[in-house]
Design a protein around this ligand. Structure first.
Ligand code: BG6
Length: 480
């Protein structure tokens, strides 16, 4: 294995981790918080939503970040984080989503989080909407299928942009916005499967989110021209399952279907691939007056994305396969290993997708999620405490980060990297605690038991070293 002696990462590259409110905070009704769609998803995307909250929802307590944020941020600082991505729970600020005045207690909570980050000089990055639509907006208005959500979101976005002006510079509008194609409830508060509502409703809802995102971008830039707003997409590179041109075309279309979202965010208009799809499928997007101009004039400053895996595409109906566990699906690649949850591990795919994105949009990139969900075993540590020997996580992250360095050497501009779940949290797709991503172990089980104590895993010191050396400690080899 060829060793890398110098770092590819530019000075000032931002290193850190990412979480979402609903997966960590708990305190689901404290401080005047309203319910969000997560409160009726006790088993993630695996079963249909329940009527109301149920006692078996691990997110009700999460990892108690609501009360332990100071302790957790101190640990992130100890690793040397220079950026920390978190989401604001919309229903802490507007409990039902349609109020005219925000909930001061909710706003004050995030002030306290920002105080801690400032104490350590950690740059905050805020996701405005991370699978957390207020439940009332989903149940009373039909979620993002209803244009009224644009106005509610605009008010929410303006409120937090004004409140945290000068304190938060990096903003993301909608988490993994393309996931709405597969999970309309999780991603868009629309309580139905995609096939039940059909493409007309789905793409109109997407248009509403696009308009809302452009409005938030406009407001962010009006409030502070130094604000940097990014879109956020779920990146799953699609490889043709075989060299059959029909598989290649299928992979190309599945890629285009996901990239439409960032195309609109970066270019300000729908791409040709979307227009053809709309024509062929009788879809007519209702543009309100001013929508086209808004999209055109308020494009994003950067493109952020999550990357966990790649997948294959095939034109052969016999070989179609929804994939295992992940939101977006895809045909498994026969050449790649998989995680315990069936997610295929493909570090080189990250370099490939980064080149694709940079070539396509020429906007700076930010990797805002990447990591390995795995079962960890807590063992005794030499210092008398407890730890996890998570060499598998170190290997996964090392190999992916090495490819980020390679993409930078290819000429791709990248602002930063945040691992998903630097501290164990409740999984989005399966609502399990046992699917752990963290450098920090949280003592809580799938049955909700445990002390919530935090323990450093072996990967904690490893990541601290990566950050301290600005990536020079990464090891890998480069395929020609
Ligand atoms: C992304 C989400 O889909 O992947 C996160 O933005 C999520 O919220 C992460 O937690 C990992 O997925 P999971 O299902 O393993 O939690």
């Amino acid at each position: 294995m060829a060793e890398q002696q110098s770092t590819a990462f530019p000075e000032g590259f931002l290193w850190g981790g990412a979480i979402a409110a609903n997966q960590v905070e708990g305190a689901f009704t404290d401080g005047g918080k309203g319910l969000s769609i997560q409160d009726v998803m006790p088993h993630g995307i695996q079963t249909p939503p329940t009527v109301g909250p149920t006692a078996d929802n691990l997110k009700q307590e999460g990892i108690d970040f609501y009360h332990r944020y100071a302790e957790d941020i101190a640990l992130f600082a100890e690793m040397g984080f220079t950026v920390f991505r978190f989401s604001i729970a919309w229903s802490r600020i507007f409990p039902n989503g349609d109020e005219t005045e925000p909930n001061e207690e909710g706003l004050a909570f995030y002030d306290r989080v920002l105080d801690e980050l400032e104490k350590y000089g950690i740059e905050p990055m805020v996701t405005m909407s991370h699978y957390e639509t207020p439940l009332h907006l989903a149940r009373e208005y039909g979620g993002w299928r209803n244009r009224k959500l644009v106005g509610f979101f605009e008010r929410y976005a303006r409120t937090i942009l004004q409140r945290y002006a000068g304190r938060v510079r990096y903003w993301l509008t909608f988490n993994e916005i393309n996931s709405i194609l597969h999970e309309p409830f999780l991603s868009g508060g629309i309580e139905a499967r995609p096939e039940e509502i059909g493409d007309q409703v789905l793409y109109q809802a997407i248009h509403h989110e696009m308009v809302a995102s452009a409005l938030a971008t406009r407001i962010a830039h009006e409030i502070d021209p130094d604000n940097r707003v990014g879109c956020m997409i779920l990146a799953v590179p699609r490889y043709p399952l075989t060299p059959d041109p029909r598989d290649v075309r299928r992979a190309q279309w599945e890629t285009q279907r996901d990239l439409i979202f960032a195309d609109i965010h970066t270019r300000g208009e729908y791409p040709h691939s979307a227009l053809r799809y709309f024509r062929d499928n009788g879809i007519t997007i209702d543009f309100a007056d001013g929508d086209a101009q808004l999209l055109r004039e308020h494009t994003v400053d950067f493109v952020s994305f999550s990357y966990y895996m790649s997948a294959c595409a095939t034109a052969d109906p016999e070989k179609q396969n929804p994939g295992e566990g992940n939101i977006i699906g895809g045909v498994p690649n026969p050449l790649l290993p998989r995680s315990e949850w069936g997610w295929q591990i493909d570090p080189l795919g990250l370099r490939i997708i980064m080149n694709t994105f940079w070539d396509r949009w020429n906007k700076p990139l930010f990797i805002v999620e990447n990591g390995l969900g795995a079962k960890d075993v807590l063992i005794d540590a030499p210092d008398g405490g407890r730890t996890v020997a998570d060499d598998y996580r170190i290997t996964y992250l090392n190999d992916h980060l090495y490819q980020v360095g390679e993409a930078i050497r290819d000429g791709v501009e990248v602002w930063g990297y945040t691992t998903w779940g630097p501290i164990d949290l409740v999984s989005a797709a399966t609502a399990q605690m046992s699917k752990r991503y963290g450098f920090i172990y949280v003592d809580r089980g799938d049955d909700g038991g445990g002390t919530l104590e935090r323990y450093k895993k072996a990967s904690f010191d490893w990541y601290a070293d990566v950050i301290a050396t600005n990536g020079a400690s990464l090891r890998g080899d480069t395929p020609k």
